[in-house]
Design a protein around this ligand. Structure first.
Ligand code: ZN
Ligand code: ZN
Length: 341
């Protein structure tokens, strides 16, 4: 008679290899940082979706963004959220992560053992993507971009009202308001939230514009937008709101706006020193990642026996969880949190 083995006795279903997170039972990688045969991707941010792999598998809602990121020649298969697929000896499925359009947690099941690889996620409502779905699992690989108790988000509607007030004040003063934000996800979320409050068009930087188009093609309602580079020479931007990626700050591209105030919309703006150090006039605290209470809530909701922490403040979060009796440990990966919030 065979001895009963529990999944705790088996080697980990997913482990870190030089190429990235790897599942041997299914012979696939998840968000690999080097080219592989088969990559399952959680979402289209650059540190998760890297080009060069033979085949990709992602959530259908993110197909357009993935193709844009990975290139027109990339072979991308998709599944609807919740749809299952046999891959090797495993069954995989994608579940909404609430992070950006098409973002997914990846569920991997092998002989009754279930792992969830969260990718990036948030629990705050976001009109541009499907809401986070709690999925029970034995092992939960969580991100920890904002895994410190100081990171707590305000109501998104209030932040949007704040931004509108700032825009209005600059309009009255005849200045333009240049709001820096990550080009994929944050910019579209801002345009969707502002679209609930006003119908005045906003200007966008070229890096933001293509992604806005992709979101519009997916049916997401946002403020009307106009591409800065398509305006006639000599156009006055007095009173305008302009959305641009942080890389445009301080560049010659900024000169056309004349007298302008700058703002930055990011979870990093929770810490006052960050705004001053980066030289923005205003900081708006808005993140596409889970804040501290939501990281803890999510770990509890999954009912996971084991938690692996990646992407950000891995040590503080896993330490905190361990002190509270959760079997948690950091998992070293090169995912970036800061660049994309
Ligand atoms: Zn991301
Ligand atoms: Zn990330």
């Amino acid at each position: 008679m065979a001895t009963a083995t529990t999944h705790q006795d088996r080697p980990p279903l997913v482990s870190v290899t030089p190429q990235g997170l790897y599942c041997q039972a299914g012979n696939f990688h998840i968000d690999p940082w080097r080219p592989v045969e088969r990559a399952l991707v959680t979402h289209a941010h650059g540190d998760h979706a890297r080009s060069g792999s033979k085949r990709y598998l992602g959530a259908r809602a993110g197909r357009g963004l993935l193709q844009r990121r990975l290139g027109a020649d990339a072979v991308i298969d998709t599944l609807e959220y919740g749809e299952t697929l046999k891959v090797g000896d495993t069954t995989v499925s994608f579940h909404p992560a609430g992070h950006v359009l098409g973002s997914a947690q990846i569920r991997v099941e092998h002989r009754g053992e279930v792992w969830i690889i969260s990718g990036d996620y948030k629990r705050t409502p976001d009109p541009t993507c499907a809401p986070f779905e709690v999925v029970r699992c034995h092992t939960f690989i969580t991100e920890a971009t904002f895994g410190l108790p100081i990171y707590r988000w305000d109501d998104t509607g209030l932040v949007a009202q704040d931004i509108l007030r700032w825009w209005d004040a600059n309009r009255e003063a005849g200045r333009s308001a240049v709001l820096f934000c990550y080009a994929l996800g944050k910019a579209q979320r801002l345009l969707a939230e502002l679209g609930k409050l006003t119908d005045r068009p906003a200007y966008v930087h070229g890096a933001v514009n293509g992604l806005v188009t992709a979101y519009r093609e997916a049916g997401i309602a946002m403020l009307p937008t106009q591409l800065v580079s398509e305006t006639e020479k000599g156009t006055s931007f007095a009173g305008a709101l302009v959305l641009a990626p942080p890389s445009a700050a301080g560049s010659t591209w900024m000169r056309r706006f004349g007298e302008a105030e700058t703002g930055f919309a990011s979870g990093w703006m929770r810490v006052r020193g960050n705004r001053r150090r980066r030289g923005y006039d205003r900081g708006f605290v808005l993140s596409d990642h889970a804040d501290w209470p939501d990281l803890l809530r999510t770990v509890a909701d999954t009912q996971a026996e084991k938690v692996l922490v990646t992407h950000g403040y891995t040590d503080p979060l896993s330490h905190y969880l361990r002190e509270r009796g959760v079997d948690a440990s950091p998992l070293a990966t090169p995912f970036e949190g800061e660049a994309e919030d």
